[in-house]
Write a new protein. Structure first.
Length: 257
């Protein structure tokens, strides 16, 4: 049995944050950097950690490159993280212990603790994500915020009470960057709508966007995170609303052409 773990990280111009990420995974057996042709010092920093570097066409976001990057790992078990995430040592210890006797499990669902402007966002927690699995049994859909699918076996879920093992996710410190991300990713949502030829009732779309804000802020208790919780709740609804507006715009232009 291969008792080793590869960590796969996707990068593009992440010189300001990649060092902290790499520090948190430096004790794993292998680090694979899948880079989309960074023009800053990201790769220079990665080389200092002995990372295996593979290149992928810059397609604007990571998901379509996930399967390629995972396939480049040398070990049976793979942990996928993003450059703005950190892996606590207790999670590392747990994963190594887990693969010694995984039983029927071929993947692990891990809690993630999101941070905004230096403070944890409690209402997002546990934000469970599938990030650890046997590399030959996973398929990662090439869609925005795609969820990996396992071809066989069961998924083990780390209990949400183990916050000490949660992946730490640091959102951008600049809100302007958040707005840029919303604009970029809603363009990709638009492509999905077009591909599916999705029907659009704008009144329903408006209600869904508004309801998402209510759900995040009240039902999921975003209010407990104060102003940050309100901002993130509004962002969720805004993201959905902008995606629908872009699709509405597309449909209107199609009618006029």
């Amino acid at each position: 049995m291969n008792g080793k773990i590869s960590v796969v990280i996707h990068t593009f111009n992440n010189e300001k944050i990649i060092k902290d990420c790499l520090d948190s995974v430096k004790d794993f057996d292998e680090i694979v950097i899948c880079d989309m042709y960074s023009t800053d010092k990201t790769l220079d920093i990665a080389k200092e950690y002995g990372a295996k570097i593979v290149m992928h066409e810059n397609i604007g976001w990571a998901d379509p490159a996930r399967n390629f990057a995972i396939s480049q790992a040398s070990n049976e078990w793979v942990l996928v993280i993003d450059s703005d995430e950190r892996v606590p040592s207790l999670l590392k210890d747990f994963l190594y212990e887990f693969i010694q006797n995984p039983k029927e499990y071929t993947g692990v669902r891990i809690p993630r603790l999101n941070f905004c402007w230096g403070k944890p966002m409690e209402f997002f927690y546990p934000d469970l994500i599938i990030r650890f699995f046997k590399k030959d049994l996973v398929y990662w859909p090439p869609f925005v915020h795609g969820t990996p699918e396992l071809k066989s076996g069961e998924i083990y879920t780390i209990d949400k009470s183990r916050k000490d093992m949660a992946i730490l996710h640091n959102h951008t410190d600049r809100y302007s960057a958040t707005i840029n991300s919303i604009n970029k990713y809603t363009d990709l949502e638009l492509e999905k709508f077009i591909e599916k030829n999705q029907k659009l009732n704008f009144t329903v779309a408006l209600w869904k966007s508004f309801w998402l804000i209510i759900e995040k802020y009240f039902l999921k208790k975003g209010y407990k995170d104060g102003t940050r919780g309100l901002i993130f709740s509004v962002n969720a609804g805004l993201y959905k609303f902008i995606a629908y507006v872009k699709y509405f715009e597309y449909l209107e232009k199609q009618k006029q052409s």
